[in-house]
Design a protein around this ligand. Structure first.
Ligand SMILES: C[S@@+](CC[C@H](N)C(=O)[O-])C[C@H]1O[C@@H](n2cnc3c(N)ncnc32)[C@H](O)[C@@H]1O
Length: 306
């Protein structure tokens, strides 16, 4: 049944409920957790099990000590903002699991403003992966049918985009390029273990050495790839490389945050993106479960190459 038919049926049902019970029923529909189960599909269950598996293989912040540039940039940002930042990977930990970490004393949502006092402020959380609801949104709402297409995830990290693309789309090939070798090893393990190797390939490389691959991609996913992981001068070169090579007319670019925001810190040194891509408007009005932060969905942007 499609949305319009289902809505008509629900309205018909509501018109038959006794007036004194109607407010109670609507309140239940708006606030109950019982309806969450209808949002769980087999794909989500598999993604949750991969997430659980990876959680046991990584430290709580899901960072490797080999990520020296990322660690350095985070420290610099903390100094500028004078507040600490915590890395919590949204593919590994949803809001409920963050609560569990806090209860276990492995994480805190607040830091002390003046040590010894009870004055506290919220910590900045950074995620380096899409959450499972964001991935569902990406493949079910943002991207069209990917049958026969090649999707390239630039900076594939834990492989979340690749696994979700395998489960939620018919893309012929899903390729991840990741510069940190420890994450490449982790992704290759998961691809093998979950039987995804017929359509997923993971490369250990700097994307800037992969011109031919970027040119053939039909969809390029760029979730905060360069911002934390490169110095601004290298970010400019990396973006120029992407703009130069990702040129196939009609191919799709997904960015987080928007291109405008991604490039704003680089002081207009990339290119005039208006000549390169046009933004495709997205419908963000969708409920994907109580653990889905609707603000983070709005950070996802889609562009079509002109
Ligand atoms: C924020 S994570 C994105 C994770 C994943 N794409 C997702 O959406 O869940 C960005 C990743 O890009 C990688 N990266 C940064 N610069 C890169 C480059 N030049 N080539 C390949 N990977 C890069 C980082 O190591 C990091 O793992």
């Amino acid at each position: 049944m499609n949305f319009a038919d289902a809505k008509a049926q629900v309205q018909r049902l509501l018109s038959t409920v006794s007036p004194e019970d109607l407010p109670k029923l609507i309140d239940w529909m708006k606030n109950t957790d019982e309806l969450e189960d209808y949002l769980v599909d087999n794909q989500r269950v598999i993604l949750q099990s991969i997430s659980e598996d990876l959680r046991t293989r990584l430290p709580v912040d899901a960072m490797f000590s080999s990520e020296t540039a990322a660690i350095h940039n985070t420290q610099q940002q903390q100094q500028q903002q004078q507040r600490p930042t915590v890395h919590v990977d949204s593919f590994l930990y949803d809001e409920e699991q963050v609560d569990v970490l806090c209860e276990e004393g492995k994480l805190s949502r607040c830091f002390c403003l003046s040590c010894g006092s009870r004055s506290t402020a919220a910590l900045d959380f950074i995620s380096h992966s899409f959450s499972i609801p964001e991935l569902q949104f990406l493949f079910q709402r943002v991207l069209p049918d990917l049958t026969g297409r090649l999707l390239l995830d630039v900076g594939s990290r834990l492989g979340a985009v690749l696994y979700a693309g395998y489960l939620y789309s018919s893309a012929a090939q899903l390729v991840g390029v990741e510069i940190t070798e420890d994450f490449v090893r982790l992704q290759k393990m998961a691809v093998e273990k979950y039987g995804f190797s017929d359509r997923i390939q993971v490369l250990h490389a700097d994307v800037c050495s992969q011109g031919a691959l970027v040119q053939t991609a039909d969809v390029l996913v760029m979730n905060n790839v360069f911002q934390f992981f490169m110095e601004p001068s290298d970010q400019i070169k990396a973006w120029q490389f992407i703009v130069h090579h990702f040129r196939k007319r009609g191919s799709l670019l997904v960015t987080v945050p928007s291109l405008q925001e991604s490039l704003s810190a680089l002081q207009g040194k990339v290119v005039d993106t208006g000549q390169w891509v046009e933004e495709v408007p997205l419908d963000y009005d969708i409920y994907l479960g109580k653990n889905c932060d609707s603000g983070s969905l709005r950070e996802i942007h889609l562009y079509r190459v002109l």
